[in-house]
Design a protein. Structure first.
Length: 277
């Protein structure tokens, strides 16, 4: 068994294929006195696969200060491994408060990198990866989802989200309405038997998944916005003001977006601003 310094070890675990567990991650789990887990049933299967019997302690975002203090105390004199159900802890998974508290307490924190659904999906989707923004799960409520997408609309980067099968078609429909024909990729069941990546427009993919609800873990990727055509902002504002006399902000934005070849999301924000003046 390898020797490890005492401290908190943030250990990535497979997102599907158990063969993706690194040798260093296995060695850390072998050395760990405590494994802090999101769900003992899930991590128990991994430990069984590795022929390891370890003391597991449940840790999630609802754990108490006392739970964190206990783990930090154990990490002062021994090896404590933090894992999530799948992938890299803290990436839409528990751990932030524990890592922050450990660092503030002077307890060493080490990374044991490995699988991440975000990076795995980006690496094979065929969309730009030089700049990307990961924004976790989209809100489940329609208005909150639209508001979140509008807030991110002008960011010149590939956008990455996690999504569930039952909500995917509705999310894609909202994206189609707000973002138009941007390139979309849906990555599903990564590293598993039925791994697939499907690309197309949001409207095309919304129709596909409305007809056949997908199963499994899903990463939703939206390509960056196209460069807007060079148009006079005064002309756009004038057109919006005229349209707002007979239309809602949403419909006015859609109409003017088509007329000038601009993104509806950006025009909706401007139409709302004009309407409030």
């Amino acid at each position: 068994m390898m020797l490890f310094e005492s401290g908190l070890y943030v250990v990535a675990t497979p997102i599907g294929n158990l063969a993706d567990m690194s040798q260093r991650a296995i060695s850390v789990l072998e050395a760990a006195e405590i494994v802090a887990v999101e769900d003992s049933r899930v991590t128990g299967k991994l430990l069984h696969h590795l022929s390891l019997k370890k003391k597991m302690r449940r840790y999630n975002d609802h754990s108490s200060v006392g739970d964190r203090d206990s783990l930090i105390a154990a990490a002062r004199d021994g090896v404590v491994a933090l894992v999530s159900d799948a992938g890299t802890p803290l990436i839409s998974d528990p751990g932030y408060k524990l890592v922050r508290a450990a660092r503030e307490a002077g307890v060493p924190v080490y990374t044991v990198p490995g699988a991440s659904a975000v990076i795995a999906a980006l690496s094979i989707c065929g969309l730009p990866t030089d700049r990307f923004l990961f924004s976790g799960f989209l809100p489940s409520k329609a208005k909150a989802r639209a508001d979140a997408l509008l807030e991110l609309a002008s960011i010149k980067a590939t956008l990455v989200f996690y999504e569930s099968g039952p909500r995917l078609a509705a999310s894609l429909a909202t994206i189609a309405e707000l973002y138009g024909d941007r390139e979309i990729a849906v990555a599903r069941e990564l590293t598993k038997k039925f791994e697939e990546v499907v690309t197309g427009t949001a409207a095309e993919l919304s129709a596909r998944y409305a007809a056949h609800e997908p199963k499994g873990e899903i990463v939703l990727i939206i390509g960056p916005p196209q460069e807007d055509a060079i148009v006079d902002q005064g002309d756009v504002d004038a057109a919006l003001r005229e349209a707002l006399q007979s239309m809602s902000a949403a419909k006015a934005a859609g109409a003017i977006a088509k007329r000038f070849g601009l993104e509806r999301a950006n025009l909706y924000a401007r139409a709302t601003e004009i309407k409030g003046q």
